[in-house]
Design a protein around this ligand. Structure first.
Ligand code: DGP
Ligand code: NA
Ligand code: NA
Length: 208
């Protein structure tokens, strides 16, 4: 008995996990499955490296640029905020938005450097709250064996272990933790089933 506004809005589905946990592949597969079901779906990725802020973030990740930990933290957050009006418009118009990473990465990666968790959360307070966070759980050691690991700034096993600890501090009732160390197709089916079981609710805001 929810209102038409709630019934018709798109869902915000976030994929989180350590580097190389399979988020890009699985978010793409989920998009394709939901499109097949006749839904409107957009697939996003954070950081969005295609904006001016995203260009600075890309330089930082590729180690062409050094920035203070707090400064880069705020840039990652600003990179989410610069896309919020578009995000809300899409959700309200009935498009489901899947994002590869969101504010949870924002907090986990910075807190893993030693910044206070509460400080890390503040810039993202008020962002649209995901209807569901799919957390792809893969051990840092397994991630390190996957193709391409080690190229970017944060891709070191010891640091990934710290990031994982922080992710486990910030998880909440909207999270679904899934074992990512299984074949791509089984993993996809598990995610798809979970998403289809979600109830439509009013859009809330993060950490308020
Ligand atoms: P990706 O493009 O998803 O591989 O992300 C690039 C790297 O940046 C990855 O190591 C995770 C990290 N990252 C993503 N979002 C944030 C954020 O908001 N803050 C920080 N500090 N790191 C982030
Ligand atoms: Na990465
Ligand atoms: Na991403």
């Amino acid at each position: 008995n929810s209102s038409p506004l709630i019934e018709n809005r798109g869902q915000l589905i976030v994929f989180e996990g350590l580097d190389k946990s399979g988020k890009s592949t699985q978010s793409q597969k989920l998009k394709e499955a939901l499109l097949k079901d006749g839904q409107f779906v957009d697939l996003w990725s954070f950081p969005d490296r295609n904006t001016k802020l995203g260009d600075v973030i890309d330089s930082y990740l590729n180690k062409r640029l050094e920035l203070d930990d707090r400064s880069i933290h705020l840039l990652f957050s600003a990179n989410r905020w610069e896309k919020v009006s578009k995000l809300i418009k899409l959700l309200e118009s009935g498009t489901t938005v899947i994002t590869d990473r969101y504010a949870f990465s924002g907090v986990a990666y910075s807190a893993a450097k030693g910044l206070p968790l509460e400080w890390c959360k503040q810039p993202d307070v008020g962002l649209p709250k995901p209807d569901c966070v799919i957390f792809l759980q893969l051990s840092p050691e397994a991630g390190a064996k996957r193709n391409g690991f080690g190229e970017e700034r944060y891709e070191k096993t010891q640091f990934q272990n710290k990031v994982l600890e922080q992710f486990m501090q910030i998880k909440d009732e909207s999270w679904k933790i899934i074992n990512a160390d299984q074949n791509m197709e089984d993993l996809h089916q598990e995610i798809y089933k979970h998403i289809k079981s979600l109830k439509k609710e009013e859009l809330k805001r993060l950490w308020e």
